[in-house]
Write a protein that binds this ligand. Structure first.
Ligand code: GLC
Length: 693
């Protein structure tokens, strides 16, 4: 439709029809089953209001989306089609690693591949919009949704945000195999106080701008069609009713002109926050803040007509949001083809195709992080003992695995069929006393131990798993711990009891095959952590890009330094850490200059005396004197490179890498000295001082 046609359509709509376009309901209101991802309540709405609603959440399958659309349009006076939205986060039917796993490959192209495959599978099921990417920055391992983030670094998060959006949306939303992206959750949801889900967030504007806005901006600059509000407060105002955040920043500064949807129930939850006395106040605040669509609560339905009639909201304000929803549908080509690319027959060949599983395998292989290895890996053969609670489990996809089916997941036990499998419940001391050699212990977290509404106050490995591992160790076995988990775990208690730790995250459909290939050396692990693994839960939140204090550990203040009595200040495993089966070292670093005018080139030479492998050369910066405290190190460039015997990579330093927000939120850089750190992780680094003119 042309803009003129859209305006003409808008002019024909009644206020009831307009308000309907601002509401999203689950499939239950259309007598179909679908995915429920939030609290269900009786919305107390009329059949007419259901017939006017603009969007449906959680529908899956071409048959269901077509059926709902057909029935809906038959009753629609102006034939405005529904837009279907769902949480297709790290795969639709072929499930890829959770985003925290995807980011561990330090290969944003993998995120693009994941979202391209997801878009193809979603499209053929008649899908239109995905509530992804989630680009919240994470720092607190107690929070359940870390698995859905790409970690603790704003720069890496920004690269992944862009890659996801490009993968989902392709070149045009009228093209087949594309779905609209929805960057979420705006903003700073990952900073919930104490890591407790849905808790308040309290951040300075400076931190918001420096740490959190970059990844949302990257997703928006990549063209994301939608943005979703977050549950949390920003500057003590719930994001969904926050005019500064949604109008001044999102639409004003970031230039976002697409549609904003609330998170599930977040419009009405302003009453729980006690920033709205009733549904009408909640609706008015949300609409004024630019929240165009209300997900699964009835405030807009219950009160906007009356608010308009009382002059509390203008028709212009309502029309602005309605037009954004109509434009979203228009971008998707829904007026011309309400069924878009839904094709029941094509589902049979597209979903979970061998091609998609092969792509998922490659991406999953690259997401695995070898945290520890004393030489026990790679195994010579699969003639090992296999046990552990997740060794015979297909619960390896994690939360938000949409239409991923457990039965399609490759279990470790099936992939390592030659191994001597012992069901964990039979791992008695007597049984263990007969064992020798190497044992693969597969543990970590079940899928429902992380994800939304699953924060923890203790992120240790479970007591049973610790006990099993210690008994196996006591028997003199070599223990290889394979972990499937959503969040960073506190592994200190078993660190010295295991000979290797293979971090697999929620690895997805191809999990078992990837584990087999890494354990047997067919795949040389190459992943690197994008979120710190704490020494213990008490260290949370802990992150590599932390800040100086007035009394650093190495200062000569005797006992009066920044430390703990019962733990180090450093994590157990740091950001950027990850081992491989090669022997790759940085053997030379050359700077084109140590004076930064326009650009400094850093030529890094790597030498490998082992098998061919992949390394990630990382470049960190530290501002040595600024208007405000600056991180002790910030990732500003990296290069993932395969090394046979030797390899050379060039990283560039430019002034835009050194920019920051000062205490007046002015974006600037300082002339003066900076420390540049080069390494294969964030701890073992080689430093050089440069001077910025
Ligand atoms: C959930 C999540 C959000 C998701 C939405 C719809 O509560 O917070 O990420 O997209 O509801 O399922």
């Amino acid at each position: 439709m042309t803009k003129e046609q859209l305006n003409n359509l808008l002019s024909q709509m009644t206020i009831e029809e307009k308000i309907g376009q601002l509401v999203q309901l689950t499939t239950e209101y259309f007598n179909e089953s679908g995915e429920i991802t939030g609290p269900l309540a009786n919305l107390d709405i009329t059949e007419e209001q259901v017939n006017n609603c603009g969007s449906v959440i959680g529908a899956h399958g071409a048959k269901v989306t077509r059926s709902i659309q057909e029935q809906y349009l038959a009753k629609s006076r102006l034939k405005i089609p529904l837009v279907f939205m769902s949480d297709i986060v790290h795969g639709s039917n072929t499930i890829f690693p959770s985003p925290l796993g995807l980011s561990s490959s330090f290969n944003p192209e993998n995120a693009k591949i994941c979202s391209q495959v997801a878009a193809k599978e979603a499209c053929v099921q008649g899908h239109h919009v995905t509530f992804a990417p989630m680009v919240d920055l994470a720092r607190d391992a107690r929070w359940g949704r870390n698995m859905e983030t790409t970690g603790e670094d704003p720069y890496l998060n920004s690269l992944y945000a862009r890659a996801f959006v490009e993968g989902f949306q392709g070149n045009s939303l009228t093209d087949e195999n594309t779905i609209a992206a929805c960057v979420k959750h705006f903003a700073a949801y990952g900073m919930v106080l104490a890591g407790r889900e849905y808790n308040m967030v309290d951040l300075s504007e400076r931190f918001l701008r420096e740490w959190h806005f970059p990844s949302y901006r990257a997703g928006i600059d990549a063209g994301s069609a939608m943005v979703m509000t977050s549950f949390n407060t920003v500057n003590s105002v719930p994001a969904t009713g926050n005019k500064w955040l949604m109008n001044d920043v999102l639409r004003g500064e970031m230039g976002f002109d697409g549609a904003v949807i609330s998170d599930w129930g977040a419009v009405k939850e302003q009453l729980e926050h006690r920033t709205a006395a009733n549904e009408k106040e909640a609706a008015i605040k949300a609409l004024n803040a630019g929240c165009d669509m209300e997900m699964m609560t009835p405030c807009y339905y219950h009160t906007l007509k009356e608010a308009y009639e009382n002059g509390e909201v203008s028709m212009e304000l309502i029309d602005t949001s309605v037009m954004r929803m109509l434009e979203l549908k228009n971008k998707l080509g829904l007026f011309e083809n309400p069924y878009r690319f839904g094709d029941e027959a094509a589902e049979k060949t597209v979903l979970l195709s061998d091609e998609f599983k092969s792509l998922a395998k490659k991406v999953s292989d690259e997401s695995i992080v070898l945290l520890k290895n004393n030489g026990v890996l790679p195994l010579e053969n699969a003639n090992v003992v296999l046990t552990g609670p997740l060794s015979d489990s297909n619960d390896l996809m994690g939360p938000w695995s949409w239409q991923g089916r457990f039965e399609d997941v490759v279990k470790v036990k099936d992939a390592l069929s030659e191994a001597h499998y012992i069901e964990t419940s039979r791992l008695t001391n007597a049984q263990i006393s007969y064992l020798s050699g190497t044992v693969i212990y597969v543990g970590g977290e079940y899928g429902n131990e992380s994800g939304e509404a699953h924060s923890k106050t203790n992120i240790d490995l479970s007591e049973n798993q610790v006990n099993d591992i210690k008994r196996l160790k006591a028997q003199g076995l070599k223990v290889v711990l394979v972990l499937f988990n959503g969040r960073p775990l506190a592994l200190r208690e078993i660190l010295n009891d295991v000979d290797a730790i293979v971090e697999c995250w929620h690895l997805g459909t191809m999990a078992g095959s990837c584990v087999r290939d890494v354990l047997l050396g067919k795949v040389n692990p190459s992943g690197k952590l994008t979120m710190s693994f704490p020494y213990n839960t008490g260290q949370c939140p802990i992150f590599y890009n932390d800040f100086p204090t007035g009394r650093p550990l190495n200062s000569n203040y005797f006992d009066y330094v920044s430390k703990y009595e019962d733990a180090p200040n450093t994590p157990l495993f740091s950001f950027g850490h990850g081992l491989n089966y090669s022997d790759i070292k940085i053997t030379d670093i050359k700077y084109s200059s140590t004076i930064l005018e326009d650009e400094i080139k850093v030529d890094v030479t790597l030498t490998n005396t082992g098998r061919t492998g992949v390394e990630v050369v990382q470049l960190y910066v530290k501002d040595l004197a600024a208007d405000v405290i600056r991180p002790n190190k910030e990732l500003k460039a990296f290069n993932r490179v395969e090394v046979k015997d030797t390899a050379a990579v060039t990283l560039k330093i430019t002034k835009d890498m050194l920019m920051y927000y000062n205490d007046q939120c002015e974006f600037k850089y300082d002339a003066g000295q900076f420390e540049i750190m080069i390494g294969l992780n964030s701890i073992d680094i080689a430093s050089t001082i440069i001077v910025v003119k």
